[in-house]
Design a protein around this ligand. Structure first.
Ligand SMILES: NC(=O)c1ccc[n+]([C@@H]2O[C@H](COP(=O)([O-])OP(=O)(O)OC[C@H]3O[C@@H](n4cnc5c(N)ncnc54)[C@H](OP(=O)(O)O)[C@@H]3O)[C@@H](O)[C@H]2O)c1
Length: 342
């Protein structure tokens, strides 16, 4: 199960050294906000998404080589998976990759809650298998991780990753899977210019050293770092993301102004610079694409080589903003030294 993620083709695709290796485009596409579309959904983002708009996103993304779709049962409680499957209608299953998650807090009372939740996802996603299956958070690593093993053996899941886990929890999951000949092949954590805790906790280094792909989520801080929103044009009123970010928008201004300027010099936007930063850090950003035009931004970000000086300048401005954007569902990650001492 040695996943090797090295080498790039003209689409910036990483890896595929063996038939068992997950091919990872330069960025994955996130569909949490898609759970808000239509009549269902929880209004978390306040995005006004339509089925035809999402189909356009898929067509443009696939044409650009972005074929890895990240979702979860809990995004709109099934609605994100359902509308994603609808938007993918007509594409051959071999043309795209699906990433979804087991969320411990939504587990059934059955004998095998992981298999139960996967089965529901397979039905909604209208597929026989998931390319990348995640344990969504570390609620009980020793309890849930072993239940992935029969699903890997059956081929219903091709690769596994852990999300929101700290270094010790990643190591425990890897040990459990390793005893059965499998491994943690990917980690998915919040990682943005404003929230670099996985870096400080040594998780990025761990992934680099152990050939584990690191997927960064909320690279745009749900739009707060996209350059589209600011004190004069805040995130949609009444939504969770407005509650989380609107009060800090004034402190992000210097950073987003600089991102905008760096982007403008290359015909790109502030959001593209945020995505390019995550790629420059050796991670695979999962970008929440809600509009067809945002896919153009991914294409620009993929081709943008930020200099080391630009990366350092952006990080210094992000530090100066002095905000904590940790999600309510995320645990504190101990800094690397503290982790090693424990
Ligand atoms: N494992 C976990 O616990 C976890 C947690 C959070 C997220 N995730 C995954 O990561 C994905 C990304 O996170 P996210 O969707 O919460 O936040 P995000 O990617 O940081 O931000 C998405 C928002 O940014 C705006 N945006 C996207 N592309 C843009 C562009 N090119 N230009 C300008 N604005 C742009 C859109 O807002 P507007 O629609 O308002 O323009 C969109 O709703 C999720 O969809 C999900 O798949 C995983």
């Amino acid at each position: 199960m040695n996943a090797t993620f090295s080498g790039r083709d003209h689409h910036g695709l990483l890896g595929d050294m063996t038939s068992k290796t997950l091919t990872v485009p330069a960025a994955a596409l996130g569909t949490w906000a898609w759970g808000d579309s239509g009549e269902a959904g929880d209004g978390y983002f306040g995005s006004e998404l339509t089925a035809s708009g999402l189909r356009e996103v898929v067509e443009k993304a696939h044409a650009g080589g972005f074929t890895l779709w990240d979702t979860a049962v809990v995004y709109g409680m099934g609605h994100s998976e359902t509308v994603l499957a609808q938007a993918l209608t007509g594409y051959d299953r071999s043309e795209y990759q699906l990433s979804t998650k087991f969320t411990p807090q939504a587990a059934s009372d059955g004998a095998d809650p992981v298999a139960d939740m996967l089965e529901q996802s397979l039905n909604r996603l209208r597929t026989e298998y998931v390319d990348l299956y995640w344990i969504h958070n570390p609620a009980d690593v020793a309890r849930w991780t072993p239940l992935l093993i029969p699903l890997l053996r059956s081929g219903k899941i091709k690769h596994v990753g852990v999300s929101n886990h700290n270094l010790q929890q990643i190591a425990l999951a890897d040990e459990i899977l390793g005893a059965a000949g499998f491994r943690v092949e990917a980690v998915q954590n919040h990682y943005s210019l404003l929230y670099r805790n996985s870096e400080r906790a040594g998780i990025l280094d761990h992934c680099r050293e152990h050939d584990v792909r690191f997927f960064s989520y909320m690279v745009l801080e749900q739009g707060a770092l996209s350059g589209r929103y600011g004190p004069a044009h805040p995130l949609p009123a009444g939504t969770n993301r407005a509650a989380a970010y609107n009060s800090i928008l004034p402190r992000l201004q210097a950073l987003t102004d600089r991102m905008r300027a760096i982007g403008a010099a290359r015909g790109a936007s502030a959001a593209d610079v945020a995505t390019a930063w995550a790629i420059a850090k050796g991670t695979t950003p999962i970008i929440g694409v809600t509009k067809e035009s945002y896919v153009d931004g991914l294409i620009r970000a993929r081709g943008m080589d930020l200099t080391a000086a630009e990366v350092a300048e952006l990080e210094a401005l992000a530090n100066a903003a002095d905000v904590n954007t940790r999600g309510w569902w995320e645990q504190e990650l101990p800094p690397a030294a503290a982790t090693l001492d424990e």
